[in-house]
Write a protein that binds this ligand. Structure first.
Ligand SMILES: C[S@@+](CC[C@H](N)C(=O)[O-])C[C@H]1O[C@@H](n2cnc3c(N)ncnc32)[C@H](O)[C@@H]1O
Length: 246
């Protein structure tokens, strides 16, 4: 079982996830070290689960788009799994600079293009069936999506994948059972995608879930969203690989 070591997580108990830290995380026989400055998303079990799933996927020669790269945890793994070129998006340039820093720190030398943009408006997206990326990889915002409709980024990802990914290309993403797994599976099927579950795990609630009453009320309405055992709440984390129609 992989382990992670976090040198400093002083703010975690207060429930926010943008605090500075340096962490090491094992992925197979590779130990990754990440510098995460204030304002950059700290990798959570969702991101770590996605990372482990990437180890089982081949990206040889691919041009991969990662939406919301954060500290670059997945960018590093994508390069190690053979990606030829990475396009990384984020909402602010310093976050992309941090991802670039972590790529170098972990000995990665790959062609990287950084885009400061919103998820719904990625420069290079195309309606004309000539999308340029082979695969889109992401850990979409959900609990802290900031949207009234919390699944916004997951739905947009599925609905707009064809504008980003070439016909026959892939969408790889992680989501919680609280984000309604059957709904994602239905949407992907309705969009003509062939979906596979690459990885499935479960983990305890993040501290910040308990600080958001609206979130907890909403999650209680999602069938199969979470379980409670010995007073502890657990969510399932699923990594999907969806193949777009040709
Ligand atoms: C759940 S975090 C994942 C970060 C990283 N991939 C990981 O797993 O640790 C989502 C990322 O999307 C970015 N993001 C949030 N809202 C966004 C938006 N409207 N447009 C583009 N990126 C956004 C955040 O800055 C954040 O880094």
């Amino acid at each position: 079982m992989a382990s992670s070591h976090v040198a400093e997580r002083p703010h975690e108990r207060r429930g926010e996830n943008l605090y500075p830290c340096r962490l090491t995380q094992e992925f197979g026989d590779f130990t990754m070290t990440l510098d995460v400055p204030e304002g950059v998303w700290n990798p959570t079990p969702h991101g770590v689960a996605l990372g482990h799933a990437l180890l089982d996927l081949d990206f040889a020669g691919e041009h991969v788009l990662e939406l919301g790269t954060g500290c670059g945890i997945h960018a590093i793994l994508l390069a190690r799994q053979g990606a030829r070129r990475l396009t990384l998006t984020e909402i602010e340039a310093p976050i992309i600079d941090n991802a670039r820093h972590n790529l170098v720190r972990n000995g990665i030398d790959v062609e990287v293009e950084g885009l400061v943009c919103d998820w719904t408006a990625v420069p290079g997206a195309s309606h004309a069936g000539d999308a340029i990326w082979d695969t889109v990889v992401t850990n979409p915002p959900f609990a802290k999506s900031g949207k009234r409709y919390r699944r916004y980024f997951i739905d947009m990802l599925i609905l707009d994948a064809h504008k980003l990914v070439r016909p026959g290309g892939r969408l790889v993403f992680v989501q919680s059972s609280m984000a309604d797994i059957p709904r994602s599976l239905r949407m992907m099927a309705e969009c003509g995608m062939e979906t596979r579950i690459v990885a499935e795990t479960s983990g305890p609630f993040r501290a910040y879930y308990f600080e958001d009453d609206a979130f907890r009320r909403e999650m209680a309405t999602v069938p199969g969203g979470y379980t409670v055992s010995d007073g502890r709440h657990y969510e399932r984390l699923i990594v999907f690989e969806a193949r777009l129609p040709r």
